[in-house]
Design a protein around this ligand. Structure first.
Ligand code: ZN
Length: 77
């Protein structure tokens, strides 16, 4: 995947965004449809609602010169 930075024209390298959550098990962060809504259990906030939402892992390209990040939803095959 040879991409160049839309800002400075330098090479971009492929990577991804990690979501550490509250556990020590890192995961790839995902794009989720809609606006974020608090999930509640017994009146307490327990994160955000994800049930029934489409989720797609996020890939990230990083410009090796200016640091611009270009995020994209990875194709699921
Ligand atoms: Zn750049």
């Amino acid at each position: 995947m040879a991409m160049t930075c839309p800002d400075c024209g330098s090479a971009m390298e492929a990577g991804f965004v990690v979501d550490h959550g509250e556990s020590e098990m890192p995961r790839v962060a995902s794009w989720v449809e809609g606006a974020p809504e608090d999930a509640k259990f017994l009146g307490m906030k327990v994160g955000i609602k994800l049930k029934g939402r489409r989720k797609i892992p996020i890939g990230a390209l990083r410009c090796t010169r200016c640091g611009l990040l270009k995020l994209y939803a990875m194709n699921q095959t």
